[in-house]
Structure formats: C-alpha cells, structure tokens
Ligand binder design. Sequence first.
Ligand SMILES: NC(=O)c1ccc[n+]([C@@H]2O[C@H](COP(=O)([O-])OP(=O)(O)OC[C@H]3O[C@@H](n4cnc5c(N)ncnc54)[C@H](O)[C@@H]3O)[C@@H](O)[C@H]2O)c1
Length: 252
Amino acid sequence: MDRVKDKVAIITGAASGVGKADALLLAAEGARVVLTDINEEAGQAVAREIGDAACFVRHDIASPDDWQRVVSTAVEMFGGLDVLVNNAAICPLGSIEDTTLETWRKVMQTNGDGYFLGCKFAVATMKHRPSGGTIINMSSVAALGGLPMMAAYTGSKGAVTALTRSVAAHCKKAGYRIRCNSIHPDGIWTPMTQALVPDLDPAALGIEHNPMARMCDAKDVANLVLFLASDESRFINGAELRIDNAQLISSL
Ligand SMILES: NC(=O)c1ccc[n+]([C@@H]2O[C@H](COP(=O)([O-])OP(=O)(O)OC[C@H]3O[C@@H](n4cnc5c(N)ncnc54)[C@H](O)[C@@H]3O)[C@@H](O)[C@H]2O)c1
C-alpha cells in the first residue's frame, strides 16, 4: 500500500489496456493521476472509477499544445509532476513490403513524436524539483528483436528505446534527479492485440495454465510500472526491462 503515495503521475493512453491498468494501480497505491487519451468517453470513465485522485484530459500525444495543457493540468490540479508514463501508441500491421510511407509517417508521428514530446515536457517540468522525477517509456520486444509484420511499429519502438537511453544519460550528466527507463513487453491481452488476433483464446496462453505461455496480462505490466514509478527503483536508470516470460531469449 502507498508505494507511490502523493506522487503525481501522467499516464497517456489511459482509456484502455495497459494504460488503464497503470492508472488504476498507481491510484490504488496513493498517486494522483492525470489520465490522457484521444478516446474521451473511455478515458473519462476510468477517471470516474478512480474518483478524486484522478482527472482526465483529452490529449493527442503528437501535439505539443496538448502536452502543454496536460502538464499544466498536473501542476495546477495536483501541484507538480513526479511520474510520466509514456504509454499510448498505435500498431498497424505491415511488413517493410506492405507498409506505405504514409503509414510509416503516421506511426512515427504518434509513437515517435509523442514520446519525444512527453520526455521533453517532463524533463522541463521535473528538472527544477528537488525530488526530480521518473519517466517510463512503453516500448516492446519488437525493439529488441524484430517483428516482420510490424515494420513501422518496430521502427518506432526502436526510436523510443534509443531515446530513453539518451534522456537517461543526459539527465544524469546534467545532474537532474530524473530517471528514464523503457519497458519491453511481448504480447499482452489488450484491445490492441485483440484487434490483431480476434479468434485467439487468451486462457489457452495464460501463464496459470501453461508456463511456456507468453500472453501477458496488463496487470503484470502495471506492476512493473508501479515499481519504476516508486522510489524502490531509484538506482534503475536507462534500463531496458523485458517483460515477456523469456520469450525473446527462447527464440534466439
Ligand atoms: N498489447 C501488446 O501486445 C503490447 C505489446 C508490447 C508493447 N505494447 C505497448 O503497450 C502500450 C499500450 O498498449 P495497449 O496494448 O494497452 O493498447 P490499447 O490499444 O489497448 O491502448 C492504447 C491507447 O492509446 C490511445 N491512443 C492511440 N493514439 C493516441 C494518440 N495519438 N494520443 C493519445 N492517445 C492515443 C488509444 O486510444 C488507446 O486508449 C503501447 O505503447 C504498446 O505499443 C503493447
């Protein structure tokens, strides 16, 4: 209980899947949370479920103006910013042969520009605070391996991973107390995956039934987000944390 008591967190993509699980868990552990998403209805519903410790802001992560509003809301409503969870993303299917330049640019705009802007606004806000802050970037095993059917997504998550290292190294060199880490899940059973494999039975891939299974639950990822958001992880910085039940190394 209270592992992130009184910390203020922004969570992007909080209307669904992993972002929603992050928001519920961080709030349950004492944080005040600013939930953001382009899906207003679902985002508002999650904020209502949490209550007074939450608010929702409509936010396109590719828009600098939207980021300004989101950060201002965190500061004005809750008094600052301790944690940024850069989580929202899109994942269209397509190999290098099938992916159009238009799709590549759209994915890079959302998953690339969106995370760049998040890190930029978070560092500017956190750097003057004596307590600093922590930035958690949601990447993927795609950035460490290579998913043939997700060329643009894989490229964008590679950019997020390398950006994370640069932000962590910069903040350390500059003497800021800001940590920045990336998380690398394999398949998680969320609306993003459900749209790609609608006929899959997640129970058949659940770790409870089969230790070789690799379908992760959003709560498993939220537990790692909670750890990185808390002071328990204060010496973890610039790390790439796989959460895939050894799937990546098993397929080498
Ligand atoms: N689901 C998986 O198997 C899986 C695996 C590895 C990594 N991830 C990563 O986990 C994160 C969460 O994915 P999820 O599975 O919960 O997906 P999801 O589709 O359930 O949720 C993503 C949310 O992001 C929002 N969003 C999309 N574009 C946005 C934009 N421009 N601005 C603001 N919000 C926007 C959507 O409305 C949605 O609510 C993503 O970064 C994803 O790449 C997912």
